[in-house]
Write a protein of this length. Structure first.
Length: 157
């Protein structure tokens, strides 16, 4: 997948697959390419602590994703022994089909999570001789709009 000059919203890469790729690499031929990242597990822990009703609602209502011929449904967080171990979220690939009747609570929950992600977002720079390796279950990645930038994003199972 190629990310060109336009904005790429932070998210899990390829959430529309049943088995989400675990490793993502980002490389560029453009020195100083800007990449955004969010620790999604830490963001979910904040959502749990600051908005427990929203967190609980999102855990009870999986989000549906679709792109081209692929469609999958995932919970916002994966929990093991009461610990958040991974996350799945990408608003760009989120299906317009609703999986809940409570749209108000759904959008309030999404907005709260999105706001937390914006507060926790970090911007990094990569150069043409560097390779960024991302754990797709732990980080949401994206890129701000940047003139002349072109990044290659690859996935690995």
């Amino acid at each position: 997948m190629i990310w060109k000059e336009s904005l790429v919203i932070n998210g899990t890469v390829w959430p529309h697959l049943e088995k989400i790729p675990s490793v993502v690499t980002v490389e560029t031929r453009f020195d100083g390419a800007r990449v955004n990242r969010v620790d999604s597990v830490a963001a979910l822990k904040r959502l749990h602590d600051e908005h427990p009703v929203y967190f609980r609602f999102m855990m009870e209502n999986p989000i549906e994703y679709d792109h081209a011929f692929f469609k999958a449904s995932h919970h916002l967080a994966n929990i093991d022994k009461n610990e958040i171990v991974s996350a799945v979220f990408n608003n760009d690939f989120r299906s317009s089909q609703m999986t809940t009747d409570n749209l108000d609570l759904f959008y309030r929950s999404l907005k709260s999570f999105y706001n937390i992600c914006c507060e926790m977002q970090q911007e990094i720079y990569i150069n043409s001789d560097e390779l960024l390796v991302v754990d797709n279950s732990q980080l949401l990645i994206g890129a701000p709009a940047q003139w002349g930038r072109e990044m290659r994003v690859r996935i690995f199972a």
